[in-house]
Design a protein around this ligand. Sequence first.
Ligand SMILES: [Zn+2]
Length: 460
Amino acid sequence: MKPALLREVILPAWQYVKRQNSLKLLPYLEQTQWLSTGELLDLQRRRIGELLEHAYEHVPYYSDVMRAIGVDPASGTRDHSLERLPLLDRSTITEQRDRLRATNFPPERFVANGTGGSTGEPLRFFDDRQQAGWSAAAVWRSQRWYGVDVGERCAYLWGANFDITDFQGLSGRLKSGVLNVLMLPAWELSEATAALFWKRLCHFKPRLLVAYAGALNQWARLLGDNRDPIPGLSSIVVSAEMLYEEARTTIERCFKVPVYNRYGGRDIKFVAQECTMRNGLHINSENVLVEIVKDGRPVPRGELGEIVITRLDNFAMPFVRYRSGDLGIMGNSLCKCGRSLPLLEKIEGRVQDAIVTFDGRIISGPFFAHMFKDCPEVKEFQVHQMAIDRLLIVIVLYSQSEFLSRPRIERLVQQYMGSDMRVELEVRDSIPLTRSGKRRVIVSHLSANSQNQQANCFAR
Ligand SMILES: [Zn+2]
């Protein structure tokens, strides 16, 4: 399908029938990204106010919470209402699921959604059909930063079951032909399929490839860096997993196009993405408020804390100050590209994908990535925290190489985690992916109780 035909005829007709509005919102978001910081903040405050007034009036859980702490978002204290509200965690959502639903909307406005349990507790929630266009429009806007327009060919190396099954079978193939989408299942990636997937990509000629960072890194390693560029491919967006700088380099060497980082998830939707300057990830602040929180309070810019999300486009089941479980740092400055969308400077992985030391420090994935980047014989690694004082590091070596870095790794771990930490290093043939095709750098086997304590360091 010609992209212009898809963009100007098919998609508008489709959106009209399905009552979707992302194409209509796109020109609005194209303008708001160039507003001044003050204007953008005003816009965001207005939307936060609308969400909180709605929650106060129509969402039983929030009516009770706000009344109990004396917050009325319609009164003069509206601007500060949000920061007085408690953080929202997964267990509260599960317990209060029905009371978090707005009482003034018809059932068809609620779209059931959920996240799997591969990297945390499973969560079931509802999206807001009427507002779903915001996130999709923001995705289009950010892809246009790299010159990839709506309707252009896009390939996905992706895992989650029902994203993929939409594109399987005859109707799925038809849909992917019409929508210019190619889905490559991340969990089927192996030495045997790497070259086959590459061929399919060359044949499809996507403008953009969207992928899990870990799976794409693994693919790039299997392919090596002696291949010609994929015809037509202009850029790669990675999401759903941590992007380490070493991985970015490996992927760029293999695919020969720039790699950009995207932050989002099924529960938090699309939050932020890098522009071509790669100064950090621009937050879609028209649709989402991001706070960085430690010990229950927002931390100053430049400091690490848990990323807390308030989506401004879900009135059906509002998540206000939702604990994402991810660690991040808010940037200090504006981006040179001229967009005033604020910058999320860094994402440091999941709270539970971090090692906690005996003295209460949290050590996240980049520490290990940094340590292993100077071990040329190590192909893959995974760190398991078996107990508060015991780490098991599993290592896969390149064929015919010897694990010469063993003493160095042992020394570094002891140096940074304390002499109380016992380290075992185990060489294996492979490291399995999680069910959804993601690769985890750190796996914590601490009990749920001690994991909660760990998470609470960030959001007490
Ligand atoms: Zn920028």
